[in-house]
Each structure stands twice: as C-alpha cells, then as structure tokens.
Design a protein around this ligand. Structure first.
Ligand code: FES
Ligand code: FES
Length: 328
C-alpha cells in the first residue's frame, strides 16, 4: 500500500455531511460554562478532549440558530452586579456568572491575596474564608458571594503593619519556615486560621484533617504542622519559642521599618508581566537602586517605597523603564 494511502487509512472516518439537514453549530465551552449552562437547563454533553475538559453543547434543534447568534454576541444575561465584602472593604463590581472568586479578585479588583495552583479545587493554594468557612477561590462563583458574605483573605487577618502586626499563624509559618516556594502558603495559612477560630488546642490529627484540602508540593508538611501548633499555643496565650530566633525577626522588622517621610506610589505596568517570577526578578533589581526602601506588587502593578531625600518619582519611573518595564 502506498504511504499516502496508509496515512489516509489511519484517519478516523469523517461523518458524511447530510445535505438535507442544516449543520448544527458546535461550540467548545469551558468547565465553568458547562456547569452554568447545565444549571440554565441546557442539554450538555461533556467530553474529555486532550488534557483539558471541553463540552459539546447540544441545544434543542429548534432553538439552535437563535442560540448560536446569542452566543456570538456578548450575552448580558450572564452578567451580574455584585457587592463583595473582602477583608472588610466593599467592592461593587460587574461579573460574569461563570467567573470564579479568584478571577474577580485578581483580574477585576487587582487583589493578589491568594495564589492560583491547579484552578480545579484540588490544591488549596487559593483558599480564602467565606463567612468563616475555608473555600477554594478558584472554584466558587463570585456571583454567589456578593450578598453580604464576609470574604477573608490572608491580607485581612493581620492586626497591623509589619512583623508585629502579623497574625500568630502568619508569624509561625514565617519563623518555623513552613514553606519553600510559597505557592501553597497563603492557602495553608487561611485553612489553619479557619481551624484555630474554632479550636485553639488542636491535635495533630485534627490539624491534618483541617488542612487535608491543601497540598504542598515542596513537602514542608512537618514544619507546617509545627507552625500551626505554635500559632495555636500563642493564641492560647502561652510563651512560644520558634525555630528562627525572634531576634532575627525583630532585626528583619527593623530593617524593613519605614524611613521617615518615605514616599509610596502604586504604578501600573504598561505591559503586564508574564509571570510572578518576572515580577520577583524586577523587584530584586529595583531594590538595588539607592534610595529604594521597599517594593511590593504583582504581575500588573508595582509599589515602590522610596526615600524622598535620595529619589523622586521621575527617577523611579525612569529606573523601571530602564529595567524594561515602563509604568503608567
Ligand atoms: S488553585 Fe484553587 S484549589 Fe488549586
Ligand atoms: S512551599 Fe512550595 S508548594 Fe508549598
């Protein structure tokens, strides 16, 4: 058999188009589309396609042409106005009903208070609390959390600025070294925080059960367990000694103490950075600049703090531009 005939032979048979029947529009939708459309009463057939999940949506035949037109245009039926209470602050925002809480917080509100790992409720990196319950922000829909629910992130549990303001759970994770890459840490902190709100004397088994939705790919579980135990002890009012000497933390806090009259300004990148690692490198480079006191930010924004006696805003902007990341 000739090579081209063999190749043809291996192809899956193609369905013969039925000239009498108009072609039904097929639309690939995401996992969330699938769930939402399913709720709306559409008949959906899910198929596994490669590594991703796709679904062929089969609309009732009579509604198909109309549905295709509607899908092509922006569908306001899927939009909702919600008011989110995040860390005690109100955020009024219009969201798509298929949007996850993590997406809204990061893409619409610019809040990078939780990390994204698996984006499918398996790793816990995106954990936040809703009315005191730990939930995975990647898989709860924003539209269902805008009716007065209290959403709490890792940025909302500290008691004040700097090291001294950290919540005992945050301080314990830091001083016990319960992290390496840190992708999972915010999620673990929030799950531990949720546990310690109701049980300040947990056994190891209870901690493991409370944290069983969180995965640490760096394998820091023993230190995480110790951190939660020490945080619990501190919350019970006991005197706690940490693996890292407190003096180190105090010195680090001193080093990070704000310079008198320091100026801070948030800039938005003209072109958002590809990954948080790009931000990390940029932040380190910027900190080499004499007069820069501190830098924080995300893939979309950067907030340098500088000593006005040695730098001004124009110099900071120029430095960022020379590092290849101009800001607005
Ligand atoms: S990112 Fe949400 S659970 Fe993994
Ligand atoms: S510290 Fe890296 S995944 Fe937990």
């Amino acid at each position: 058999m000739a090579a081209d005939e063999m190749a043809k032979d291996k192809q899956f048979p193609q369905a013969e188009p039925d000239s009498g029947t108009p072609q039904q529009p097929r639309r690939v939708i995401t996992r969330r589309d699938f769930l939402v459309q399913g709720n709306a009463g559409a008949v959906a057939v899910g198929v596994m396609a490669g590594t991703g999940f796709a679904a062929s949506l089969v609309q009732p035949a009579v509604a198909a042409p109309q549905a295709a037109q509607t899908a092509a245009a922006a569908d306001p039926v899927t939009m909702r106005q919600v008011s989110l209470d995040i860390d005690g602050k109100q955020h009024d925002v219009t969201v798509d009903v298929r949007e996850s809480l993590w997406e809204t917080m990061n893409y619409k509100l610019g809040l990078s208070n939780s990390n994204l790992g698996c984006d499918r409720a398996q790793c816990g990196a995106c954990t936040v609390l809703v009315d005191g319950r730990a939930v995975t922000g990647c898989s709860v829909l924003t539209a269902r959390n805008g009716r007065g629910q209290k959403i709490l992130t890792v940025a909302g549990i500290s008691n004040g600025p700097g090291f001294r303001g950290l919540h005992p759970v945050q301080r314990a994770f830091w001083l016990e070294g319960g992290f390496q890459c840190g992708i999972c840490t915010r999620g673990f902190v929030m799950s531990a925080y949720a546990l310690l709100q109701t049980n300040q004397n947990p056994t190891n088994a209870e901690i493991k059960e409370a944290l069983d939705g969180n995965i640490c790919r760096c394998g820091e579980y023993p230190k995480i367990l110790t951190a939660v135990q020490k945080a619990a002890a501190e919350m019970r009012g006991e005197k706690v000694s940490y693996s890292a000497p407190l003096i180190y933390a105090e010195q680090a806090a001193e080093a990070a103490a704000p310079v008198e009259g320091a100026v801070s300004r948030q800039f938005v990148f003209v072109n958002p950075l590809g990954t948080i690692e790009v931000y990390d490198d940029l932040s380190l480079e910027l900190q080499q600049l004499s007069g820069i006191v501190d830098v924080s930010g995300t893939e979309r924004t950067i907030t340098p703090v500088w000593d006005p006696a040695r730098l001004d805003e124009a110099a900071v902007r120029r430095a960022l531009s020379e590092l290849g990341h101009a800001v607005r």
